[in-house]
Design a protein around this ligand. Structure first.
Ligand code: SF4
Length: 207
């Protein structure tokens, strides 16, 4: 939900928008939320990650549950882990934890990239890569913060902000397999909505 001071979008909202604009609107405009097994497992994972202390090993420092903000993009949030290679020009490496497994679609990478944009602004630095650690496969995937990923992330921020400003919930997406994993499927009723829309369409054709 966009509850932050003024109109800063939570970084996690970008992932919702990239997954499904309707899901984004149900959560952040209508303020509906429903846990399913996937989201409940995700909360447990993040609680474990967030409970960690700062740690230093050699030239590396590990900071957990780091608060982030970008005034340029008007986003804010918290990241799971920030690895810092200490030195005259410290190197920052964001790490996000996810309960599932690596995906072809980019919504996890968009969230990571948004975190990197915040770090760059907060630390006046350049972040060239980060990683997503996937609990289900116990694997860390390195993500290059390419120009293309940055472009997609900035576009997602812009579009999500526009939907939020309009305050209108978009129709369901066509990708029905996403609906099957969506925690809001019962609230959203995508099939009923699609049926109503096609009935309306057929009716309009007959008028
Ligand atoms: S059920 Fe489908 S259309 Fe509805 S919010 Fe979830 S992903 Fe989007």
């Amino acid at each position: 939900m966009v509850t932050a001071v003024n109109d800063y979008l939570p970084i996690s909202a970008l992932q919702h928008y990239a997954y499904c604009p309707r899901q984004f609107a149900l959560i952040h405009i209508e303020q509906s939320w429903s846990d399913n097994r996937f989201t409940a497992e995700g909360h447990i994972l993040h609680e474990r990650v967030d409970s960690g202390e700062k740690e230093k090993r050699g030239v590396l420092r590990y900071e957990r549950s780091v608060q982030l903000i970008s005034r340029d993009y008007r986003i804010r949030g918290r990241m799971d882990l920030l690895e810092i290679e200490l030195g005259n020009s410290p190197r920052y490496f964001p790490v996000e934890y996810k309960r599932g497994k690596p995906k072809i679609e980019g919504w996890d990478r968009i969230q990571l990239c948004a975190q990197a944009l915040c770090i760059e602004e907060m630390k006046s630095t350049q972040v060239s890569e980060g990683a997503i650690w996937y609990w289900e496969v116990r694997r860390r995937e390195t993500v290059a913060l390419s120009d293309e990923l940055r472009r997609i992330t900035v576009t997602t921020i812009k579009e999500a902000r526009e939907v939020f400003a309009k305050g209108l919930t978009p129709p369901p997406i066509d990708k029905k397999q996403r609906c099957r994993a969506c925690s809001l499927v019962d609230l959203c009723q995508p099939n009923t909505f699609r049926q109503d829309a096609s009935t309306r369409y057929v009716k309009q054709l007959g008028e």
